[in-house]
Design a protein around this ligand. Structure first.
Ligand code: ADP
Ligand code: NI
Length: 213
């Protein structure tokens, strides 16, 4: 079976919103390949999984549906390769089982997380907010932190659909913790700059929104 090309992969993605458009898939694939090379992982497995990882994004349990579709698309390949790619896809969700058990799956998950933080992460959060008619800003990080309390995942599940859930809420509920959970040293090094920039952006946003800067 020939390699999964970018053009073939692109044809699998239709109707995704700006935060999940095929551009996200390409960024994640590039990052995942870079991490894989540096970490000594199997680059072909990681690249194939990167290109296919979000193809079932519109379905519930898209990681499982995506892994099943990947098995069909790759049916002529060596079974070990197929299962390695399928595992990367089924284990790429942040907080949903199964967890990544191979170095290749860890490379993909780290790349997917990196694409949710830094300047890109900020852009995606605002694109999401714009697409869902959420407000750009409603209150300060300190106020949000107090309101969210000690169960950010539960808060996000309950309120992420409401218009008052802003990108700063997304920072407190999810984005600011992504850098901590990375698996590979290569991704952790990339995350440091992204994380610092993202926090600086939201800190400045508070000051501008309050008319202080
Ligand atoms: P995934 O399972 O890929 O993490 P999500 O939809 O949770 O899917 O997140 C995808 C991207 O959209 C992330 O960059 C995330 O920060 C952003 N996002 C998701 N929900 C919101 C929201 N309610 N407000 C702002 N950004 C959001
Ligand atoms: Ni993704």
């Amino acid at each position: 079976m020939p390699e999964i090309t970018v053009e073939f992969a692109r044809s699998l993605y239709r109707g995704h919103d700006a935060a999940h458009a095929f551009d996200h898939v390409l960024r994640v694939t590039r990052l995942a390949e870079h991490i894989a090379k540096t970490e000594g992982a199997n680059v072909r497995i990681v690249r194939t999984a990167g290109l296919l990882h979000d193809m079932a994004r519109m379905k519930p349990d898209h990681h499982l549906v995506g892994a099943a579709r990947a098995r069909e698309i790759l049916a002529d390949e060596d079974p070990t390769f197929i299962e390695a790619v399928a595992h990367c896809i089924e284990a790429h969700r942040f907080s949903v089982a199964p967890h990544p058990a191979t170095l290749e799956a860890q490379c993909l998950m780290d790349a997917d997380r990196l694409d949710a933080i830094g300047a890109i992460g900020v852009a995606r959060a605002f694109a999401y907010a714009g697409g869902h008619n959420n407000r750009l800003w409603s209150r300060t990080l300190a106020e949000i932190r107090e309101e969210v309390g000690s169960e950010p995942d539960a808060y996000r599940r309950a309120y992420a659909g409401a218009p008052d859930y802003t990108p700063a809420h997304e920072l407190i509920c999810k984005l600011e913790r992504l850098a901590e959970g990375l698996h590979t040293p290569t991704a952790r090094a990339l995350a440091a700059g992204r994380h610092a920039f993202m926090v600086e952006f939201f800190t400045r946003l508070d000051r501008e929104a309050l008319g202080l800067e």
